[in-house]
Design a protein around this ligand. Structure first.
Ligand SMILES: [Zn+2]
Length: 147
C-alpha cells in the first residue's frame, strides 16, 4: 500500500480498533478470530497460500502495527529499508474488489482492494491494485500497478 488519497471525512462512529486481541475479530474482515486468520501468518505459524490471503494479512499487519511482517512479506527489490507506521492511523475496513492469478498454481497475482483508514475524525480511502509474486516459495508484495 503506497500513497493515500484523503476523502472528506464523514461523521460516523466506528467500533473501537480490534487491536491484536487474539480471540477478537480479524482486522481483515474474515469470519475467523484474529489468531486463526491473519494472526497465524503474523506469528509465522502459517504462510499465505494465495496472493489474496497475503494481501489480507498485510492489511491486518497495518491494522495491528506489525512492521516486521510487512517488511518480510515485501519483495527485496521494492522493500523499503525501514517502515514507519503512523500510530494515529486506524485501519477501519478492507474490501477486496477483485483478484487475478495468485493461487497455489500461479507465480504472480494481483489484488484490487479498498482500505478505509481514519486519523482522528478524518477518514480516508486507499484504493490500490497490488501485484504479488512468489519469492523463495512464498507470496510477497511487489508493487502497486496503475489501473
Ligand atoms: Zn484476517
Amino acid at each position: 500500500m503506497g500513497s493515500m488519497s484523503q476523502r472528506r471525512p464523514r461523521h460516523r462512529t466506528f467500533p473501537p480498533r480490534p487491536a491484536a486481541d487474539p480471540a477478537g475479530p480479524c482486522p481483515c474482515g474474515g469470519s475467523a478470530a484474529y489468531r486463526d486468520c491473519c494472526g497465524r501468518l503474523h506469528s509465522g505459524r502459517a504462510t499465505a497460500s494465495t496472493a489474496e490471503q497475503l494481501m489480507r494479512s498485510r492489511y491486518s499487519a497495518f491494522a495491528v502495527g506489525d512492521r516486521d511482517y510487512l517488511l518480510r512479506t515485501w519483495h527485496p527489490s521494492t522493500r523499503p529499508r525501514s517502515l514507519d507506521l503512523d500510530p494515529g492511523t486506524e485501519w477501519v475496513r478492507l474490501e477486496v474488489l477483485s483478484a487475478t492469478g495468485g493461487t497455489p498454481f500461479h507465480n504472480e497475482g494481483t489484488v484490487a482492494f479498498r482500505a478505509v483508514h481514519r486519523a482522528g475524525a478524518r477518514e480516508g480511502v486507499l484504493d490500490e491494485h497490488s501485484r504479488f509474486v512468489r519469492h523463495e516459495g512464498g507470496w510477497v508484495y511487489l508493487d502497486a500497478i496503475a489501473d
